[in-house]
Structure formats: C-alpha cells, structure tokens
Design a protein around this ligand. Structure first.
Ligand code: 13P
Length: 249
C-alpha cells in the first residue's frame, strides 16, 4: 500500500505572522494521522521560519522551485544546497505556473529534477494539460512528453525517490476540479507508462492530484486506485481545511 501524501503549495502567499499561525496549527494537528505524510511548500523567505517551527514534528517541508546551477551569478535564484541548509526534503519542479509565467520548458524542468535528485531532495514533478490541450484530446500526449523529458535525462531509477503530481492547468485555482474519473484515468495512464519501464518503481510511485482540491472533493479523489494524495493550493492556506483534506485520506 502506498502511503498517502498531502502537500500544501503556499505559492506566493503568507507573512511571518500568518505562516507562524498556519504552521503552528498544522503541526499541532499533524500527529493525529501518522499514516499520512504532510508536506508544506512555503515561499523561500519563510523556509527558515518553517524549519524552526516544524523541526521534530510530523510535517516535512520543501521549496517551490530551485535553480539547477550549484552557485554563481544568478541574481534572485536559489540552489539545491541552499534548500538543504534549511532542512528541505522536497522540491516542486515544473509547476504549471513556473512553466507558464517564467518560461520553464521541459528541458529546464528535466535539469532541475536531475539536480534535485543528485542533491538528495525528493522532486515533485508537476505535469498537466491546459484546457485547450484537453479539449483537443491531447492530454495523454502532453503528460507523456513532460514525463519523457525527465526520463530522457534521469532515467526511470530516480522515480523510486520522487513524486509525480498531475495538475490539470484548467483545474488550478479555478474551483473546477477534475472529476475522480478524469483524474484516475490520467493517473492510471502515468502509472502504466512508467510500468512499461519498471513495474516495481511504478507500483510504489506516489502520484498526487492537484487542482482545486478541497475538503469536500478530497475523499472521492483519494479513493481512486492510482491517486496517492493531493497537491493542494488555496485550501492549504487554512489549517482547518488542509487537515480536513488530510483526514479524507
Ligand atoms: P489550487 O488547489 O489552489 O487549485 O492549486 C493547485 C496547485 O497549483 C497546487 O500546486
């Protein structure tokens, strides 16, 4: 049985005060379900605060992106070793907002994924189609291409310590969740695709669903055979709804 993972992507939200309160409540509630992994992804400036507040708790944390270079003249960027300095265990790569707003292509995503693995961080590879791509029937092709970019650089072996998040772009922040059937179909496609290369790794891989997950739809999604948790945006900014999603697992 794969352990459910519920992850909160806080995007560019929060302040020292709000994160102290939010994380305090999440940490306080975390112990109630040791069978579910909880991870939060704060903005960079709050990693130190999160490390301080979540240390020795059941909550892990990670960063929302990383630069693939080890160091140097990259103003505004953050390296893998810097994330390790702040106790990160996870890092998101290829979030659709990074792809769409900051021009990260499949090659950039693959480079970030490879560097994360090499540094000992668990990458959460985000994939997903736009509404236009879904409506033209290209969902599988898009998701396949996004995963192949990583497989070509890093191979299948690295997926034994990675996570994939299927996040249809049209469901992110829109309140329009994929139905459990729609999500399950893509998750099964991803698992089958990887199984063709390594059955064991594919069977153990956690594939999260993301896109307007909330406390009302989480149970239906998590009940699907190939959905092993959620990558939650808006609903992770309130401890009560984040923990209610966890409780749906
Ligand atoms: P929402 O849950 O706000 O739709 O965001 C999903 C997401 O992008 C998580 O990475």
């Amino acid at each position: 049985m794969r352990k459910i993972l519920v992850a909160g992507n806080w995007k560019m939200h929060g302040s020292r005060a709000s994160i102290t309160e939010l994380l305090g409540d999440i940490v306080a509630g975390a112990g109630a379900r040791p069978d579910v992994d909880l991870v939060v992804f704060p903005p960079f400036p709050y990693l130190s605060l999160v490390q301080e507040l979540a240390l020795d708790s059941a909550v892990s944390w990670g960063a929302q992106t990383l630069n693939p270079q080890p160091k140097g003249a990259h103003t505004g960027e953050v390296s893998a070793s810097m994330l390790l300095d702040f106790g990160c265990r996870y890092v998101l790569v290829g979030h659709s907002e990074r792809r769409a707003l900051y021009g990260e292509g499949d090659g950039d995503v693959a480079a970030r994924f490879a560097v994360a693995v090499e540094a000992g961080l668990k990458p959460v590879l985000c994939v997903g189609e736009t509404l236009e791509q879904r409506e033209s029937g290209d969902t599988r092709e898009v998701v396949s291409r996004q995963i192949d970019a990583v497989l070509d650089v890093s191979g299948i072996g690295v997926f034994s310590d990675a996570v994939i998040a299927y996040e249809p772009v049209w469901a992110i922040g829109t309140g329009r969740t994929a139905t459990a059937d729609q999500a399950q179909a893509v998750h099964a496609f991803i698992r089958d695709k990887l199984a063709a290369q390594d059955d064991t790794i594919s069977g153990q891989l956690r594939i999260l669903y993301g896109g307007s997950v909330n406390s009302s739809n989480a149970a239906d999604l998590f009940a699907c055979e190939d959905i092993d948790g959620g990558l939650v945006g808006g609903a992770s900014l309130e401890a009560k709804s984040f923990l209610a999603i966890r409780d749906a697992a």
